[in-house]
Design a protein around this ligand. Structure first.
Ligand SMILES: Nc1ncnc2c1ncn2[C@@H]1O[C@H](COP(=O)(O)OP(=O)(O)OP(=O)(O)O)[C@@H](O)[C@H]1O
Ligand SMILES: [Mg+2]
Length: 363
């Protein structure tokens, strides 16, 4: 799976960009404000229909323009038959996603282009709220099991209903029993899939981290959102009065989390900035590695400012890992010399220089 013939129109300072990325390593270098992160943002728009920097489309669309467009050829199953994928977002809120001549929806888009981002926000995986870690677990579960998306949607619907009833204050006993039964049914299935996914992920994470960072022992563990040694309906019954007072449900998959420990301590408290970067990168790279193992498809990695926070040794080992993996990577840096000059004869690399919103191939 890789993106070829990328075209970007009217996105931030990129008026019109046309490049032919390599199927493996793509390096984008340039000065501050030249448009490097915007190219990654365009790729993110192509894969997920939205930016990773803003929720407001008006910030993404170039000033004075009414829409932005990103298009490319992709070959999702690697069958040698690339098809055209295009995403257009308009200032008036309209969006258009097209693949192989047909309109598609957002979940089809997410399935077609498995994207992973490593940037300053990725630290959220350690330092942020559990929501960031749930999203991480759910990305993997979504790609690992076909039924996950239905379970996730079903659970969200039931949780919303239950919380609405709790907020009303008065709940009919029979109505509550019906919603709780549904809640438990979805919660158990969803949590089984999340737990299975993390078990599969652990060895991949450990192997990758061992290559990126030595001397620190990091362990990940899944927290389902309630103590699974006791049935969830018991938790719901016991916490009902509290839930009613709070107006939301205390136990369940909506409270799930991923625990990350370094040498036995909370990794967010224990690790240095560079060590954290390597741990969160290993988490992201492990997802790609497992995704490849399960589906025979490769992920596309958007890595913003790879050298930042890293010394030259760790930056080098990070790049060596990327060179040997199956993914297509788009890596930005201010100074090309902060990344390896040579990636090995077998690695197809392309270097693009970004200058004031224009992108040209340099080697
Ligand atoms: N909606 C917009 N329309 C036009 N230009 C914009 C818009 N939004 C941002 N810009 C400009 O586009 C450029 C985007 O820069 P971008 O963040 O991609 O730079 P960068 O190369 O990643 O820089 P850095 O090295 O500092 O991270 C900036 O110069 C910014 O002022
Ligand atoms: Mg940037």
């Amino acid at each position: 799976m890789s993106i070829s013939r990328l075209e970007i129109q009217h996105l931030r300072n990129l008026s019109q960009v046309k490049i032919e990325p390599s199927a493996q390593v793509n390096i984008l270098s340039g000065l501050n404000g030249s448009g490097k992160t915007s190219v990654l943002e365009a790729l993110h728009l192509l894969g997920l229909g939205r930016s990773f920097r803003t929720q407001h489309i008006r910030h993404l669309i170039q000033h004075q323009q009414s829409h932005c467009l990103v298009a490319a050829e992709i070959d999702p199953l690697g069958q040698g038959r690339p098809q055209r994928l295009g995403v257009q977002r308009q200032l008036d809120g309209d969006s258009l996603y097209r693949y192989a001549g047909n309109n598609i929806d957002l979940s089809t888009l997410a399935e077609l282009v498995p994207l992973q981002v490593i940037n300053a926000d990725t630290f959220e995986l350690l330092e942020g709220s559990p929501q960031a870690r749930r999203q991480y677990i759910d990305w993997g579960s979504f790609h690992a099991e076909r039924s996950f998306i239905q379970l996730w949607r079903g659970f969200r619907r039931v949780l919303k209903q239950r919380n609405t009833l709790l907020k009303c204050g008065k709940i009919d006993y029979r109505l509550r029993a019906v919603w709780d039964r549904e809640f438990v049914r979805y919660a158990e299935q969803l949590t089984d899939q999340r737990a299975r996914y993390i078990e599969l992920l652990k060895p991949a994470f450990e192997a990758i981290l061992a290559r990126l960072l030595s001397g620190v022992s990091v362990e990940i563990g899944f927290r389902p959102g309630w103590d699974r040694k006791r049935p969830l309906d018991q938790h719901l019954a016991e916490s009902f009065e509290r839930d009613l007072r709070q107006g939301f449900t205390s136990y369940g998959p909506q409270r799930a989390d991923l625990r990350v420990k370094a040498d036995g301590y909370n990794a967010a408290e224990r690790l240095s900035r560079g060590q954290k970067k390597l741990v969160v990168s290993a988490l992201k790279l492990a997802q790609g590695s497992l995704f490849h193992q399960l589906s025979q498809r490769a992920c596309i990695y958007l890595i913003d400012d790879l050298p930042s926070e890293l010394d030259s040794h760790h930056s080098q080992t990070f790049c060596e890992y990327l060179a040997g993996a199956n993914n297509q990577c788009f890596i930005t840096c201010v100074d090309r010399r902060s990344l390896p000059q040579s990636w090995g004869a077998a690695v197809d690399t392309a270097h693009f220089v970004v200058e004031d919103g224009s992108v040209r191939r340099a080697d």
